[in-house]
Design a protein around this ligand. Structure first.
Ligand SMILES: C[S@@+](CC[C@H](N)C(=O)[O-])C[C@H]1O[C@@H](n2cnc3c(N)ncnc32)[C@H](O)[C@@H]1O
Length: 426
């Protein structure tokens, strides 16, 4: 979508058409019909009709995804919606900004580098005055319209600039640069074909761009910076880039969503703790957190006993499985494998637990015999540290559906032996 299309979509006419489209279900089958009607009945140019349909589709998706409580008033494109941070997570991140802003005393100025359609900027508006910067003019138009739709237009300003070249020397709002105390950075992590970018230096712009901002000559009053990155961020790459920060991996209802790098006074949630890794699990309105501020406990390995526990992905990616084990009074099954085991069930919301029915060395034939004996109904296969592809494994078992219970086969390694656990999920 280009800037003119975005301007049309957010205009009074565009909004009226969007309200009209909101009354009907948009499906792949009726796109063409809708485009034709927009052109013939509503007399739109092709580019205007395409823009209205794109925003209508993205809005419908946003409403279904529940990423934004007021999605029905907001403006997105499909890509921008996918990249935008959801409100549950932005509300969680905002708490640190709020705490630091309160300690700074006066109204704070915040800069949101790569603001897109404003998911993060708008979430930060309750904390201070936000300037969102992006290269994409259409997204900035949508971001501004979103601020207006949510009643935040007096708290948000949008600037079109290349954040990689951002400095008081070449940004024409240089007088405000001196005032930015808090910053957020959400670089693009998809290439032109929409494929995920894994290397942080291949992000757009590269992650190391933030080093300019941490240097005091670029943002002289900066007190804290937070950066959204992929949850699969490579800790070695961060080390190589010389980035000294806390890494927080966040999951929402069991799905790993993102990692945040916290720098300067936003690090360690404003405490003196020296946290380098944290896992935060958001479940409904509950929150669970693990970190390495007290070090990571040593956890012994034990031959799997009655229960196997699969930690929440945020804990695994933050490298804090031992902290959860200590909490659950569970041990590891192998030094290299992120499964825990215990004799007692702890009902921790931070792990999925499975009761072990049998444990066998990996053998397709033996696993099949055992599952047939148990008359498995639905079968789920999980793997960790095993090269087997679950879908292919299920196919090669070619099991008939039995009238027994639903079972989960866990393929993993114990003391370097490929092992299968036949379990029931708790
Ligand atoms: C992941 S999206 C940001 C999403 C945003 N935080 C939100 O919640 O809506 C990344 C954004 O970076 C912008 N971008 C990429 N390279 C840029 C650059 N050099 N300068 C400014 N913006 C850039 C893209 O246009 C895109 O909108």
């Amino acid at each position: 979508m280009n800037k003119d299309q975005a301007l049309f979509a957010v205009s009074e006419r565009g909004r009226a058409l969007l309200d009209k489209l909101a009354l009907q279900e948009l499906t792949e089958n009726n796109h063409l019909k809708i485009l034709t009607a927009l052109r013939k009945s509503d007399k739109l140019e092709a580019s205007e009709a395409a823009a209205v349909l794109e925003v209508a589709l993205a809005r419908q998706k946003a409403i279904k995804s529940a990423k934004f409580a007021q999605a029905e008033k907001m403006f997105f494109t499909r890509d921008a919606l996918e990249q935008a941070s959801g409100e549950k997570i932005t509300a969680h991140r905002r708490k640190r900004f709020q705490t630091l802003a309160e300690s700074l005393g006066s109204a704070v100025a915040i800069v949101d580098f790569c603001c897109g359609v404003g998911g993060d900027s708008l979430a930060l508006c309750p904390v201070g005055q936000v300037t969102g910067i992006d290269l994409n003019e259409a997204r900035l138009v949508l971001a501004k319209a979103n601020a207006t739709a949510l009643g935040l237009s007096d708290r948000f300003d949008a600037v079109c600039a290349d954040v990689a070249k951002f400095s008081s020397a070449n940004v024409n709002h240089s007088s405000t640069i001196n005032s930015y105390q808090l910053a957020f950075f959400d670089p693009g992590r998809r290439d032109e074909q929409g494929k995920r970018i894994f290397k942080a230096e291949a992000y757009q712009p590269p992650l190391s761009t933030l080093k300019n901002w941490l240097r005091k000559d670029e943002l002289p009053n900066l007190k804290g910076l937070a950066v959204k990155v992929s949850p699969g961020i490579d800790y070695d790459e961060l080390r190589q880039l010389g980035l000294d920060c806390e890494v927080e991996i966040i999951s929402e209802n069991g799905d790993v969503k993102e990692a945040v790098l916290w720098f300067a006074d936003l690090r360690s949630a404003g405490t003196d703790e020296n946290t380098t890794r944290r896992a935060t699990l958001l479940y409904g309105d509950k929150q669970f957190s693990f970190d390495d501020s007290q070090g990571i406990p040593k956890l012994d390995c034990q031959t799997p006993s009655r229960y196997l526990h699969e930690p929440d992905g945020a804990i695994i990616r933050a490298g804090l499985v031992e902290c959860l084990g200590a909490d659950m009074k569970a041990l590891k099954i192998d030094d290299e494998i992120a499964f825990l085991t215990s004799d007692n069930l702890s009902n921790s919301p931070c792990a999925r637990s499975f009761e072990i029915i049998s444990c066998l060395p990996f053998s397709l034939k033996k696993i099949k015999q055992e599952l047939q004996k148990l008359k498995a109904r639905n079968l789920t296969v999980k793997k960790r540290g095993s090269p087997i592809v679950p879908e292919e494994f299920i196919k090669s078992l070619s099991l008939k559906r039995g009238d027994g219970e639903d079972l989960t086969v866990i393929l993993t390694r114990v003391k370097n032996e490929h092992t299968a656990f036949i379990t029931r999920a708790i």
